[in-house]
Design a protein around this ligand. Structure first.
Ligand code: PRX
Length: 650
């Protein structure tokens, strides 16, 4: 055992650097460092300037920020309408005919929706909500596939000050019921079904099951999408399209307080019931509008932006609906999976719509690596000029693959760190200004202050530590719905007066931040605190490996032993011994996995994050607990079978 274990060891060193390409810099919205300097002098003043420049207010605020730890309020006294900002102001400025959404259904059907059309439908929908008894402050649950009506429903709630709570369409009826009950929603917006992997998946039957477990919902609006048979309960269930057609097309945007609750979004903790994360209006809109504009260097006249997330996650809220629409962007929205009908569906879409900015997740990128570079090579991807990543640490090799095979070596890559709780991007390069390093989210954005702390709460200036945020920011969560104690306990108790994000990170000698995953996932091997992310990245840097998941399993000699699960690239051949030596070469013998299992798949949450808790259970031979949040639970049985069959190496 070493004497004083580091908070988290810093093992992997990445030397590659990418300066912003001159062609990109020439047209970039932000070059140089002036925004950072302005924000460092006065962060509140900086955010106030963004709020004034980027958002339209009915009444100006009289106080920028009230910081009553751990609660912040922004733009106090200010009034605005979020849907006005996302729609009306663009139409009033003459951009009514501009395409808001190029929608692509999974079967290949398409819809093109302009800002004027979007505004019309949102107003009608808002009137429908009102006619069904929804008023400001009421909660509306939304359980829809990736169809434009999801954005319409969210903006219609915003228009009348109602609070939406979107539940990902892949969640079960139980998950939906829990969220409806916690929020005491009075209205549910769902669909008959949607398309996924070439088939219709039913939603309304799951919604019916959920409603049997809840009592607050009085009305259900049902969008027709899947064409599957559904039962409609007389008096409670209404066809969306009938009501929209009959609705009054005018619903003026009424101003609401800047701190009006805009939405709840439930995120599951490692244990216990999901937390209803609360986001409000003025600060949130400022944060997502600013970050969407500058992180993606958005030129709304010419860019075609595509974020591949589902609206059921925060990425879909902030970077499909509110950020892009507030900025008047033209975007692509896609309903289905990346491998229907072929493994090149995403690249076909990029080519078809001439997408210029693509924002996706490392889990998708590693899947594309597994499928091989011949898939993107089938299409002309020359329209792309910027790539983004979110959701997990991106391994340097996955970053390089994205940069090389999707970005053609010419597109900056922005690795954006943030959370449901932060509302918007917090740590990310600004693509015209920041020299990037593959795998690093680089620096906090202007107006964001992050610091690493060690176990004792002392500041870490180089090496690994706990990622904390020291100052309030406008998109910050305003609490957990109905549970203030849990809010303090979860985010504000580990270190006094700071928000602790739950993530580990390291700072290199040049001040670049490298995210190391959730601290619950840090392993302790012979007294060394090793991040699962670093060992995974070392494995992924082997040419035969597409994806790796690493966990620490209890071990009588070393405390924990490193166990790795590896997916190979396109079925490449590699021995376990070769991979173990590769890790030893990349980061040192201490990080050599004790056992490596080659597997066809990994257990992931429905948003694509690896479920390391389950892998730990498998590695420690425990019977599995709750697998209901898994995207595909059969993979756990398969891993258990392999674990039983494969001897471990010492
Ligand atoms: O662990 C971090 C990881 O995702 C967590 C937040 O998850 P969620 O609330 O579902 O939001 C995902 C979309 C913002 C974080 O605590 N995470 C997110 N982005 C990154 C990341 N880890 C490393 N690098 C990122 N870019």
């Amino acid at each position: 055992m070493s004497e004083t274990p580091n908070t988290i060891d810093d093992l992997l060193a990445e030397q590659r650097k990418f300066v912003p390409p001159p062609e990109f810099v020439a047209n970039s919205l932000m070059v140089g460092t002036h925004l950072y300097e302005e924000a460092a002098r006065d962060d509140e003043g900086f955010w106030a300037r963004q709020a004034a420049d980027l958002v339209t207010w009915d009444t100006e605020w009289d106080q920028i920020c009230e910081w009553d730890l751990p609660y912040a309020k922004w733009f106090l006294g200010g009034r605005l309408n979020v849907s006005y900002n996302c729609l009306d102001r663009h139409v009033l400025a003459g951009a009514g005919d501009k395409v808001a959404i190029h929608w692509e259904g999974e079967p290949g059907d398409t819809r093109t929706i302009t800002y004027a059309e979007m505004l019309d439908e949102v107003q009608r929908c808002a009137n429908v909500l009102r006619s069904l008894g929804v008023s400001a402050g009421d909660r509306v649950n939304i359980y829809l596939p990736m169809i434009p009506e999801a954005a319409v429903a969210m903006l219609a709630c915003a228009r009348i000050g109602a609070v939406h709570s979107v539940v990902f369409g892949g969640f079960s009826s139980q998950a939906l019921a829990d969220r409806i009950n916690d929020a005491e929603a009075t209205l549910l917006i769902t669909a008959d079904g949607g398309y996924r992997r070439g088939e219709v998946f039913p939603l309304k039957p799951a919604a019916d099951e959920a409603l049997a477990m809840s009592s607050s919902v009085r009305n259900v609006l049902v969008v027709k999408r899947g064409g599957n048979p559904v039962e409609m309960l007389e008096g409670r269930d209404h066809w969306y399209h009938d009501m929209i057609e009959a609705a009054d097309p005018v619903c003026p945007a009424e101003p609401f307080d800047a701190e009006q609750l805009l939405f709840l979004l439930y995120t599951s903790g490692t244990t216990g019931k999901p937390k209803g994360i609360m986001h409000t209006s003025g600060g949130y809109l400022t944060h997502v509008t600013f970050t969407h504009k500058y992180v993606f260097d958005l030129h709304p006249e010419t860019d075609v932006y595509w974020c591949t997330a589902d609206v059921g996650w925060v990425t879909g809220h902030s970077y499909i609906v509110y950020g892009p629409m507030s900025n008047g962007a033209t975007q692509v929205m896609y309903e289905g999976v990346p491998n229907y009908p072929g493994n090149d569906r995403f690249w076909e879409i990029v080519e078809k719509y001439k997408v210029t900015i693509l924002y996706t997740a490392p889990t998708a990128i590693r899947t594309f690596m597994k499928w091989g570079a011949q898939e993107p090579a089938k299409h002309d991807l020359s329209s792309l000029r910027l790539l983004g990543s979110v959701g997990e640490p991106i391994n340097p090799e996955a970053w390089m693959w994205y940069h090389t095979y999707i970005g053609g070596g010419r597109c900056p890559v922005v690795d954006t760190w943030w959370q449901t709780e932060t509302g918007g991007i917090m740590i990310s390069p600004l693509p015209g200004a920041t020299t990037t390093k593959p795998g690093s989210a680089t620096f906090p954005l202007p107006g964001v202050t992050a610091e690493l702390l060690d176990d004792a709460g002392e500041r870490v200036d180089q090496g690994g530590g706990y990622l904390t945020l020291t100052r309030p920011w406008p998109g910050m969560l305003r609490g957990i719905w109905g549970d203030p104690d849990r809010y303090r306990e979860t985010y504000w108790s580990r270190f006094p007066d700071r928000y602790f994000a739950g993530d580990g990170a390291k700072l290199d000698a040049e001040g670049y931040l490298w995210l190391l995953g959730r601290v619950d996932d840090v392993m302790n091997v012979s007294g060394h605190r090793i991040s699962t992310t670093e060992v995974e990245s070392a494995l992924v840097s082997h040419p035969a490996v597409a994806e790796a998941a690493v966990v620490g399993a209890n071990d009588p000699t070393t405390g924990q032993a490193i166990i790795a699960y590896v997916i190979t690239r396109g079925g490449a051949e590699v021995t376990v011994e070769e991979l173990r030596s590769h890790v030893a070469t990349e980061i040192g013998a201490i990080a050599k996995p004790k056992a490596i299992f080659i597997t066809p798949d990994l257990p992931k949450t429905r948003s694509g994050k690896i479920m390391r808790r389950l892998l730990r259970d498998v590695a420690e031979g425990r019977v599995m607990g709750d697998t209901s949040t898994l995207a595909d639970s059969s993979i756990v049985d398969e891993l258990q079978r392999r674990a039983a069959e494969t001897p471990t190496e010492d």
